[in-house]
Design a protein around this ligand. Structure first.
Ligand SMILES: *Cc1c(COP(=O)(O)O)cnc(C)c1O
Length: 466
């Protein structure tokens, strides 16, 4: 499998290089040159497979000669073995033909575990084969950092440095990062905000001279292709559980960077019958404004009860724009250059074509709270604020009640107790048993000044492969 850039100028790469590369050299994102396509008959034959067996069927075409089949199978078994539910991604029914796909049974209680548990293992495998080491650097405002750290805890060839804004992440989120043992894991609390952290990461990728040229700097943010790939699998699994591929499904996806929902779009292109994809956003709703009115325009960032979806631009949306423009990289490049200067629209027929599949809704904090309360009253089931946005958007945008509507449950409610309280519920969402002692575990992190040199010096002193 070859991968090409959405801006059409960077060289095509194989799977291994795409894994180790973040952005393409032309500023674009890598996508497969062509997608595998499965017949209904083949998909039907996957009924009853375990999650990791299904994951192998769906993902191996993307990996192919980069990793032998036996090794990839074993990697997948190990990846999903750490989840706390045998079905890995269980479905919960909310109403007639309405479901939540629980994607929060992994080690850090959010769907990002599906991809980052695998990414850590893939990176280590490829680095081992090449006799190389890598330093991962990332900034987090919450879920990504802990999932990335969990995913790398067993890696032998990776040091991971995660920056978070000091005293500005929730205690659960901080402890999920800082209580993971391992001398390759380094948590840095920066005396600044999330943007400061992200700026330092960007600057470090832009000028890697502080690395001394001996180790590779790697990214684990959501533009990494392997993360998208791993998220395609659960669309197939949910569909197969509810009578697919012999009936089509609708999915509603709480969306920030457009990674998770882009995986659903790919599942459809690979042959899975999906008749509707709902883009569910909070008040940071650039995608909703585009899908409902064909106007792509950045607004100011708002802080909401669903912080993992607080974004101004969605990086992975570029991958959809590439397809919407007939895979014309030059057109995408021009569009995004213009979008950096002000509002843009695309040709009406292209936008209408996308609207055949996609609907969207923006849900504010008040409605999020109402939805949490309503679902709890109706079902005694607690939604986290992100999933609540998905459920509300699903109910607003639903086209056909005979088609199963599946909302992706992106996080466990215990990660966001403040939102549950804001919804006026007196129940405290409990951490699941494997996390129950989180508040007793020993923490390890270093507080640093909001200063790039201080951070880079710290890294150089602590990575193992100087
Ligand atoms: C990351 C995240 C999202 C958004 O996912 P994208 O792939 O960026 O669209 C939604 N909910 C939760 C809980 C998350 O952690």
């Amino acid at each position: 499998m070859r991968y090409i850039s959405t801006r059409g100028e960077a060289p095509a790469l194989g799977f291994e290089d795409v894994l180790l590369t973040g952005l393409a050299t032309d500023g674009g994102l890598y996508v497969p040159e062509s997608l595998p396509h499965f017949s209904l008959e083949e998909i039907r034959s996957w009924r009853g497979l375990s999650y990791s067996e299904l994951a192998f069927k769906v993902m191996y075409p993307f990996v192919d000669d980069a990793i032998p089949e036996v090794d990839f199978r074993q990697m997948l078994e190990e990846t999903y073995d750490v989840f706390a539910h045998k079905a890995i991604a269980p479905l919960v029914q909310l109403d007639v033909n309405e479901w939540v796909l629980e994607l929060f049974r992994g080690p850090t209680l959010a769907f990002k575990d599906f991809a980052l548990q695998l990414l850590g293992r893939l990176l280590d495998y490829v680095l081992e084969k090449r006799g190389e080491h890598a330093v991962i650097m990332g900034a987090t405002s919450g879920d990504t950092g802990s999932a990335a750290i969990e995913g790398c805890r067993r890696c032998e060839h990776v040091d991971i440095f995660i920056l978070h804004p000091h005293e500005r992440v929730s205690e659960v989120q901080r402890r999920q990062m800082t209580t993971v043992p391992g001398d390759n894991i380094h948590n840095i609390a920066v005396k600044g905000n999330f943007d400061d952290c992200q700026r330092m990461v960007k600057a470090s990728f832009g000028d890697q001279s502080f690395m001394g040229g001996k180790v590779r700097l790697a990214a684990v943010n959501s533009i990494n292709w392997a993360r998208i790939m791993a998220q395609i699998v659960y669309y197939f699994q949910a569909s197969l559980s509810l009578g697919g591929p012999d009936r089509s499904m609708a999915f509603s996806v709480p969306t920030g960077n457009f990674g998770d929902i882009f995986a659903g779009y790919l599942a459809k292109k690979m042959g899975l019958p999906i008749s509707q994809l709902v883009i569910a956003t909070n008040r940071n709703d650039i995608l909703h404004r585009f899908m409902s009115g064909n106007r792509y325009e950045q607004h100011q960032l708002e802080h909401t009860l669903s912080p993992s979806m607080d974004i101004m631009v969605s990086s992975n949306f570029e991958r959809l724009l590439f397809d919407m423009h007939g895979r014309d990289g030059a057109a995408v490049k021009l569009l995004l250059e213009n979008a950096a200067k002000g509002p843009v629209s695309i040709e009406d027929y292209r936008w209408r074509h996308a609207r055949k599949l996609f609907d969207s809704e923006s849900v504010d904090d008040k409605t999020t709270c109402e939805t949490i309360r309503q679902v709890y009253d109706d079902n005694e089931y607690l939604l986290d604020p992100h999933t609540a946005i998905g459920v509300r958007a699903a109910r607003t945008c639903r086209r056909d009640s005979s088609v199963p509507m599946i909302t992706l449950g992106t996080a466990h409610p215990a990660k966001f107790p403040d939102a549950i309280a804001a919804a006026g519920l007196s129940v405290r969402p409990e951490l699941p048993p494997h996390m129950a002692d989180l508040f007793e575990r020993e923490e390890r992190y270093t507080v640093l000044e909001n200063n790039l040199t201080a951070v880079q010096d710290f890294m150089a002193k602590h990575w193992k492969y100087a």
